[in-house]
Design a protein. Structure first.
Length: 367
């Protein structure tokens, strides 16, 4: 299969091509503003599908709206109107607005509908995600870049609500159509991307500064919300590479070492410990704090016993058969390195360690 992608070096184009390149036996013809239209003409007879993404949204001259959004579309339509090549075109929710950008998009839409039968016109909301161009593609691109590079941002009204869609959702939808599947939403003659997010500028800005602060610690923001998850990934993509490294504090003693890896206010924390042969860690219990142990290297014996009755249990785990062991509250417990080499243990705890309220009480495990 051979596809043509116009606007191949643009924000959506770069992301879509990255996805398309993962598809086997798919050849991509790229067309961008530096290319001559003859490149399309010379390839068109072998093209099976067209993604027409090229467009202008911030030109130097108003006339460029029409040459970039309307005239190019007309040339492509004229070239394929007798060939029945399916074409997916990116338009905008601005197409019904009385501005030159919207008018140029609307003219392109009307020409497609008048001359083609096999087409998909997608009216896109505000797209955000990785590889956007600051001060051009979206306010989120600008804010992510500026905040991650310690530059000021300008917010005129924090209550302004943006109607947003995420770049990977756009790409998944487009590839879904390429594969012959039904688009997710159609209203009258136009298609739309789902999900959409209605989010205030103030919320976005607060989250971006939270993300920025988290990069100076082992705290990870709460990304359980779908929009926040995607915004966080977007923010990280704008970081200078040297800013992606965060220091952790390693605590070393005669037993080995212990390091907190990740802290979350909502879901507790992850840590890692290295223990020398023969070392026993633990011999304590908790009333509320839950822990999970995962031995990823070496061999260990995990034991626990109830603090109120004779219940007790012990078993051996090692790196050849990874087990996830949940330690019940009210059971004193320990873990002993019974192997010949170093033991590496990953630990999860359902709450953050609090020096003032550690919920950790010394008591040896009953044998």
């Amino acid at each position: 299969m051979k596809v043509l992608v116009t606007g191949s070096s643009g924000f959506i184009g770069k992301n879509l091509i990255s996805h398309l390149q993962e598809i086997n036996n798919l050849e991509i013809v790229k067309f961008d503003k530096e290319d001559n239209f003859d490149k399309i003409v010379s390839n068109i007879d072998n093209i099976d599908f067209i993604f027409h993404l090229a467009g202008i949204n911030r030109p130097v001259n108003v006339e460029d709206f029409y040459s970039g959004n309307t005239d190019l579309t007309k040339k492509i339509v004229d070239l394929i109107k007798n060939k029945n090549i399916p074409i997916l075109v990116t338009s905008s929710i601005q197409a019904n607005k009385d501005n030159d950008y919207g008018k140029s998009k609307k003219l392109a839409e009307e020409y497609i509908k008048e001359n083609l039968n096999n087409y998909y016109i997608y009216r896109l909301h505000n797209v955000f995600g990785k590889w956007g161009k600051p001060n051009y593609n979206s306010v989120i691109s600008t804010f992510c870049y500026n905040i991650s590079h310690n530059l000021d941002i300008n917010v005129n009204d924090e209550s302004t609500v943006l109607d947003l869609i995420y770049i990977d959702d756009v790409c998944y939808e487009f590839i879904n159509v390429l594969n012959g599947n039904k688009p997710s939403e159609k209203i009258e003659d136009y298609y739309y991307i789902n999900p959409r997010y209605n989010v205030s500028l103030g919320f976005i800005v607060n989250k971006l500064y939270e993300f920025k602060d988290s990069m100076n610690s082992i705290y990870v923001p709460n990304t359980g919300n779908d929009f926040v998850k995607k915004l966080y990934s977007t923010y990280i993509s704008y970081l200078p590479l040297e800013s992606t490294v965060t220091s952790a504090s390693k605590n070393v003693d005669e037993r080995g070492s212990f390091t907190e890896l990740v802290r979350t206010k909502e879901c507790g924390q992850f840590s890692i410990s290295f223990s020398k042969p023969g070392v026993v860690r633990g011999n304590h219990y908790h009333h509320t704090k839950l822990e999970r142990f995962i031995v990823v290297k070496g061999k260990a014996k995990i034991s626990f016993s109830s603090v109120i009755n004779d219940d007790k249990y012990s078993f051996v785990v090692d790196e050849t058969d990874i087990k996830i062991v949940t330690i019940p509250v009210g059971y004193t417990h320990n873990i002993e390195n019974i192997g010949e080499g170093e033991m590496i243990l990953i630990l999860w705890c359902n709450e953050l360690f609090d020096k003032e309220k550690p919920d950790t009480y010394y008591r040896k495990v009953e044998k």
